[in-house]
Design a binder for this molecule. Structure first.
Ligand SMILES: *[C@@H]1O[C@H](CO)[C@@H](O)[C@H](O)[C@H]1NC(C)=O
Ligand SMILES: *[C@@H]1O[C@H](CO)[C@@H](O)[C@H](O)[C@H]1NC(C)=O
Length: 248
């Protein structure tokens, strides 16, 4: 009887700890380079993954918070603070590419994204002198993004295998419309502030190309580091079905 009980205890231990997947249930593993599976798996994971996985130390991407982001541009210094970016949980996945032998992965999506927060700006936008401080709300309709990643695998000090992001690059399209609402762009001049804001919205494409990149660089870096935190928290065997091809 006693050996039987201890057997049960050991079995229970292994069920509890030994074979427990670390990866949350919303992540569905896929065979290598199986595009339909990867596509569906990504679609399934996005609404949950973007909320963050506190148990694994993976922070939220929607919302994600910008404590302070200073963008030094020629002639203009702009800082966002207490910023909140929302929208990525409703991202539509357009394509997933995978070439595991080359450790290359691509993700293409579009999403409506809103940034809200405080801002300060001094300098010039085109010919307008800016000296403002107020609230910013920037709404991007159908932001399009394609991220290409070079991944690789490594084992941690416990011998557990992980994927990690070696490097990445991205292409960006500002989509159908960027709507700017920044209050008090020119201090003590509501009239000029309104005129400038109108100008920014009439020329949203130009303005976005001028100012968008540093913000998107920052957001992308943060999102990729978040994905990497997830990779480093779970063994890659839980993400990939079957053996990993060697590097070519
Ligand atoms: C973004 O918003 C527009 C207009 O509100 C809507 O037509 C479009 O389907 C939305 N896109 C996504 C990816 O949710
Ligand atoms: C801009 O935001 C302010 C509040 O921050 C609001 O009162 C105003 O109506 C908004 N303007 C537009 C054009 O959305």
């Amino acid at each position: 009887m006693r050996w039987y009980l201890s057997f049960l205890c050991i079995a229970a231990f292994f069920i509890e700890y030994g074979f427990t997947r670390l990866t949350p249930d919303f992540i569905h593993p896929c065979p290598i380079d199986n595009k339909p599976c990867l596509m569906q798996s990504t679609i399934d994971a996005i609404p949950y993954f973007t909320m963050g996985i506190p148990d694994l130390g993976v922070p939220s991407i929607d919302p994600f918070y910008i404590d302070r982001l200073t963008i030094p541009l020629s002639g203009l210094k702009i800082a966002f603070f207490n910023g909140k970016v929302t929208g990525f949980r409703k991202a539509v996945i357009d394509n997933v590419e995978s070439n595991f032998a080359k450790r290359k992965f691509g993700l293409e999506f579009h999403s409506n994204v809103t940034l809200k927060g405080g801002y300060e700006a001094t300098g010039r936008v085109l010919t307008f002198p800016i000296n403002g401080e107020g609230e910013a709300k920037i709404k991007i309709t159908n932001l399009k993004m394609k991220v290409m990643m070079n991944l690789d695998t490594k084992s941690d000090d416990k011998g557990v295998n992980h994927l990690y992001v070696k490097n990445y690059k991205y292409n960006l399209g500002y989509g159908d419309k960027v709507h700017y609402n920044l209050t008090n762009l020119i201090k003590d001049s509501p009239e000029l502030s309104r005129t400038l804001l109108q100008f920014m919205n009439d020329n949203w494409k130009l303005v976005s190309e001028e100012f968008g990149k540093p913000v998107v660089d920052y957001a992308t870096e943060l999102a990729l580091r978040t994905i990497e935190k997830f990779f480093l928290a779970v063994p890659y065997e839980e993400l990939i079905e079957g053996p990993i091809p060697s590097f070519k």
